[in-house]
Design a protein around this ligand. Sequence first.
Ligand SMILES: Cc1cc2nc3c(=O)[nH]c(=O)nc-3n(C[C@H](O)[C@H](O)[C@H](O)COP(=O)(O)OP(=O)(O)OC[C@H]3O[C@@H](n4cnc5c(N)ncnc54)[C@H](O)[C@@H]3O)c2cc1C
Length: 455
Amino acid sequence: MQDVVIIGAGPAGLFAAHELATKSKLSVLVIDMGREIDKRTCPAAETGKCIKCQPCHIMCGVGGAGGMSSGTLNLRHDIGGDLSQLTGSVSKAHGLVKNVDAIFLEHGAPKEVYGSEAEATEELTRRAAAAGVRFIPILQRHIGSEYLPDIINSFKRKLEKQGVKFILNSKVERIGKGEIIVKGKRIRTKYVLAAPGRVGADWFAEQARDLGVKLTHGPIDVGVRVEVPAVVYEPVVRVNRDPKFHIRTKTFDDFVRTFCSNAAGFVMEERYDDCVGVNGQSLRAKKSQNTNFALLVHIELTQPVTDTTAYGRSIAYLATTIGGGRPLLQRVGDLRAGRRSTWQRIDRGHVMPTLRGVTPGDISMALPGRIVTDLLEALERLDKVAPGVASDSTLLYAPEVKYYAMKTEVDEKMETGVPNLFVAGDGAGLSRGIVTAAATGLLAARGILQKASGK
Ligand SMILES: Cc1cc2nc3c(=O)[nH]c(=O)nc-3n(C[C@H](O)[C@H](O)[C@H](O)COP(=O)(O)OP(=O)(O)OC[C@H]3O[C@@H](n4cnc5c(N)ncnc54)[C@H](O)[C@@H]3O)c2cc1C
């Protein structure tokens, strides 16, 4: 009989294990369907084309979804979720971010913090405000994909020394009351902490429904990946590697934001079961002349329909149909002029696409009119912050859709309505980033410790 079984070795699971192992003698077992960090490799990182490995090495394994990324730690409690809503206090939320950061530093994260240059940040904030754009100053620690595996390995070694056990390459098939089923085998446990991440969100939602845990639909973000010459965005990424701009659009008063910037990076295709999408990445060994970032409109359906995810899927499906199974690519100038892009027009422009497995076309045939209006208005405003962003040659790839897990109803200890079933991280809809996921792992572990001590 185990004391605690943690499902998922992503940031939420690992940080929960750390808290439990450091502050108690409870036996802790972490199970993940992926591999050790050193054994994770992604063909798409080299070729830009996803071949759908099972399980996906980008998303699964020790370190979780961010394990193979460049590992940018956003040191703010309200980026990637809002920890103050979970803790009920901004100061407690700050404290959690500090705890997470300290553990990353202990395992070798670089000391340097970006975004701490007050003068440059102030100037960018002022320039953005003058354009009606909110720049969110964030202190960021950038680990770098070359160092992240060492940090994750060091963290795992410490956990093992503290007595935490790991079972890898093993999918948890079912969560029962006081037990879990792995590869047909039953493991009895007092507490279950489910931290399955985005990749395990649908599976977890199924388990939760069977167990009677309450779930609510979350919002989605829909838009495009913007690609500009690196020099155009350089003054902005110099201040903040992944600058977050928030914009309220004029016509619809919708919320649009920038997200996931990749300086000198590449646009890549993402392939789901029945549709395609786009994302961006920076590679260690290869640099491009362009910078890409996501420009996304926030959508949350309220009534009578609440399943925003189904709405997002139908948009992605329509875009896939128009693109003949490939992402769509359009120049901003063509979108403004109401005509489709062609390879001749794109090749005449100043920005050469880093992803060529696309269909030049018309994004306004794929995304709802409201979203297209929002995106064009947001680009015009961003152009005042980084001149050139809304130039005719700027490239837009569609669709980029960010789905989030259904939100699990929890109390302040991260315990669900099912006694002794705790949750943490992206898979439970509680976070959307490394630091916030790790912080919810700490919260869930503290919840378990409190319960185990009879308080
Ligand atoms: C390419 C990429 C780059 C990113 N870059 C950044 C970044 O720079 N900064 C940032 O803040 N965020 C980034 N993110 C997001 C970040 O990685 C996630 O928000 C974070 O990892 C979530 O942590 P988690 O522990 O909740 O879940 P995850 O990290 O997703 O981990 C969940 C783990 O659970 C395992 N699992 C799921 N279901 C089961 C099951 N049934 N049985 C066994 N194991 C299971 C999975 O294999 C996985 O390892 C990135 C994400 C991606 C995909």
